[in-house]
Design a protein around this ligand. Structure first.
Ligand SMILES: Cc1cc2nc3c(=O)[nH]c(=O)nc-3n(C[C@H](O)[C@H](O)[C@H](O)COP(=O)(O)O)c2cc1C
Length: 275
């Protein structure tokens, strides 16, 4: 089977698939002929499925992606612009969590949504590690404190600049400054061979995940200290046990929020230049 196929009985030659093809490998010889893929087009095709998804006649397929495999877009379920604005502005970093695990199906749902985030060249390089066990989450948070403590001792000036001394103090006093008592941490990682696309793809996917968590009544917060420690602290890397050659590109705490916010805090006015 060729990569790109058109059901000529269904195609009405509208050219939408041609217009939407990012690498321009789908073409049409005039307005009354069916679209086709250029010779060797499969080498440049992103497998993004735009040609399948844009066709209103279900005429286009690519290998492994037929129209009937793709969910129909139920426009009536889309939120209004006002609802989206409210969702985006009222999302908060959650730092108090209920002592209650999130069911696996909900964690899976978050990742199912996050995988629809854009990625350079549709490379979809992000892989996930979900620390489902709350005790393991706490243990990993403890490893980050160990890492910080070592830096406080070996490089006190640098540690003070990053407030590690204060964070360690708070942790020693029993407050989980690293993962805020969240029962789970979701880690986005990728093979180092994807070093160009993976960092942005991971951050984008985690941003989707954070927003999806909020929409589902969950709470989330970027785990920046955790991510920082993943870069160099061997015991934490061992605890993660990522596949060989993989690198962490971001991590998100996830749990049920203890509190509800009543207002939207102010943010800086945007700095915009117009040309
Ligand atoms: C890359 C990144 C790393 C972050 N790391 C942490 C973290 O380790 N702990 C934490 O409590 N918040 C962390 N945050 C959350 C920010 O502090 C938060 O986004 C900011 O204070 C604004 O609050 P808001 O997200 O509720 O608007 C991080 C945010 C980003 C984008």
């Amino acid at each position: 089977m060729s990569l790109f196929t058109v059901d000529k009985d269904k195609c009405n030659f509208c050219g939408m698939c041609v217009d939407e093809c990012s690498p321009r490998v789908i073409v049409q010889d005039g307005q009354k002929s069916p679209p086709y893929m250029i010779d060797n087009g499969e080498e440049d095709c992103l497998r993004c499925g735009h040609c399948v998804a844009v066709c209103p006649y279900d005429a286009v397929s690519i290998e492994g992606m037929a129209p009937e495999q793709c969910d129909p877009l139920k426009r009536r379920l889309l939120p209004t612009a006002e609802q989206v604005e409210l969702l985006l502005k009222s999302r908060r970093s959650i730092r108090s969590y209920r002592d209650e695990p999130v069911p696996r199906e909900k964690l899976e749902k978050l990742i199912d949504i996050a995988r629809y985030a854009p990625s350079g060249h549709n490379s979809q390089p992000v892989q996930w590690l979900v620390v489902e066990n709350a005790q393991e989450t706490r243990r990993m948070g403890g490893l980050v404190v160990e890492w910080m403590r070592a830096i406080v001792e070996s490089k006190p000036e640098m540690a003070a600049n990053m407030h590690f001394d204060r964070i360690v103090e708070q942790c020693d006093a029993g407050y989980d400054y690293i993962l805020r008592g969240a029962p789970h941490v979701v880690v986005a990682h990728a093979d180092k061979v994807n070093a160009v696309m993976a960092p942005t793809a991971s951050v984008t996917a985690l941003t989707y995940l954070e927003l999806a968590a909020y929409a589902m009544g969950l709470g989330a917060c970027w785990a920046g200290y955790f991510h920082f420690a993943c870069g160099s602290y061997k015991p934490l890397q061992e605890a993660l046990s990522l596949p060989e050659g993989h690198q962490v590109h971001g991590a998100m705490m996830v749990g049920y929020p203890k509190h509800r916010f009543s207002r939207i805090p102010l943010r800086n006015a945007p700095a915009i230049a117009w040309r």
